[in-house]
Design a protein around this ligand. Structure first.
Ligand code: ATP
Ligand code: MG
Length: 426
């Protein structure tokens, strides 16, 4: 006997009860995006591997070890399942010259793929909403994104999500800083772990966000990036801080926050919940003014963020506010010879008028059908028996209050059912 085939490790089914939470989350997020004037863009799940190598950077967790990449032998192309959306979004903006008539505010949503060790809040297929503002350079747009996030947590009813903020300056400022940082790390190499030693020369800024206390100790004594910022970078950060203060957004500055991807400059931020254990970051983003040029486009400023749906939905579920789902307006059952076809077409008439009708399937006694009607949560049961067919009627029974069932005429069933449903619900 062969073993059952199961889902791929780290890739989850979202079953109907869970999906109700997802849909509530998605509806809230999409209403919020509309309020801020962002427009939807949809990119493919598969891109040329080179896009991510160039955009995200060779010496990052994602490119070094997390990508699902393969060679498509038929076309001789190296392809990758997208690990994030920003690179694809910018690629699309360049390819379709989206900025020709001015800046764009965009959002996308969907599955992302990273070959990580699966654990709570960390999966190999996970889902993000991504928000990007392309072609805008002021700190006001960075502030817009942060204030937006704060508003979304309110819309979702989520408390306790705190903001960490940092500025990492320009590429040139970071290059100067990097040299001094490497000098400091080299001088303390005996206190670095293997990971930090490896990164010290390839991507030394990543050593700053090491979780190892011994390495953190070395980092605490390192020079701070803020000391290397020029006038423009400082002014940008001050501008952002002024707007956040005006909007009453609280945050802490975390000088060790550098984010994992190469493309960031100036503003970087993360929203973190302490209720999720080790995988507490629910949203991260920042400015990436160099990315357009880095993947071959005309230079354009840009800033954005992405949030992890699984982590945010886990928080929502902790709050135990069950999402409202629409119960069926009627459960339609039929018993007796020749009644099924009559009921089948009646269901279509009512659905055509906008009602949610679940038609009983699978036969069974009248009693067992009524049990199903009850379990469905429907407001009413619509009953078709031989008598109803003979008289051209259908019987209505209220499922949530005790009142005698009565008949309505099929000839004007839409109007009569509207009336019945209103009574059933009040
Ligand atoms: P982490 O430090 O947790 O690995 P990251 O910096 O790699 O996160 P980003 O690339 O910034 O994450 O992605 C934005 C958000 O997407 C994260 O804040 C997180 O909520 C979510 N996310 C990232 N990777 C995963 C994953 N493997 N499973 C579930 N959610 C994820
Ligand atoms: Mg990661």
């Amino acid at each position: 006997m062969s073993a059952n085939i199961q889902a791929v490790r780290g890739m989850n089914d979202i079953l109907p009860d869970e999906a109700a939470w997802w849909r509530h989350f998605e509806a809230t997020v999409e209403a919020w995006l509309e309020r801020y004037g962002y427009r939807n863009i949809r990119m493919p799940l598969v891109e040329h591997t080179q896009l991510f190598r160039r955009a995200i950077g060779e010496v990052t967790d994602i490119v070094e070890k997390e990508m699902y990449s393969w060679r498509d032998e038929l076309n001789g192309e190296d392809l990758t399942l997208r690990p994030e959306g920003t690179a694809s979004c910018v690629r699309a903006a360049i390819e379709h010259n989206l900025l020709y008539d001015g800046p764009k505010r965009l959002w996308y949503a969907g599955a992302m793929y990273r070959h990580e060790r699966p654990q709570k809040g960390r999966y190999r297929q996970f889902h993000q909403y991504g928000v990007e503002a392309l072609g805008l350079e002021g700190p006001d747009i960075d502030a817009e994104h942060i204030v937006m996030c704060a508003a979304l947590w309110r819309d979702l009813g989520l408390g306790g999500i705190r903001l960490e903020l940092n500025t990492i300056g320009s590429a040139e400022e970071r290059a100067r800083y990097r040299a001094d940082l490497v000098r400091h790390l080299e001088a303390n190499v005996d206190r670095l772990d293997a990971d930090a030693r490896r990164r010290m020369h390839t991507n030394p800024l990543r050593v700053l966000d090491s979780k190892n206390p011994m390495v953190q100790d070395v980092v605490a004594g390192a020079p701070a990036l803020t000391g290397y910022l020029g006038q423009e970078s400082k002014a940008h950060f001050e501008g952002l801080r002024r707007l956040l203060a005006a909007a009453g957004v609280q945050y802490t500055i975390n000088p060790r926050l550098v984010r994992g991807l190469d493309y960031y400059n100036r503003t970087v931020f993360e929203w973190i919940s302490d209720a999720l254990g080790a995988q507490g970051t629910v949203c991260g983003g920042g400015r990436y003014d160099g990315l357009f040029a880095q993947i071959g486009g005309k230079t354009a400023p840009a800033t954005g963020f992405a949030m992890g749906n699984e982590r945010l939905i886990a928080l929502l579920r902790d709050g135990e506010r069950a999402p409202a789902t629409r119960p069926p307006d009627a459960y339609l059952l039929s018993h007796g010879d020749g009644t099924h076809e009559y009921a089948f077409t009646l269901a279509e008439v009512l659905r055509g008028a906008g009602y949610a009708i679940v038609q009983h399937a699978g036969g069974g006694s009248f009693k067992s059908q009524m049990k199903k009607a009850d379990a469905s949560g429907a407001w009413t049961a619509l009953i078709v028996g031989a008598d109803e067919v003979r008289d051209g009627d259908v019987s209505v029974k209220f499922m949530r209050k005790a009142e005698p069932q009565y008949r309505i005429a099929r000839a004007h069933v839409v109007a009569a059912f509207a009336d019945a449903l209103q009574k059933a619900r009040t």
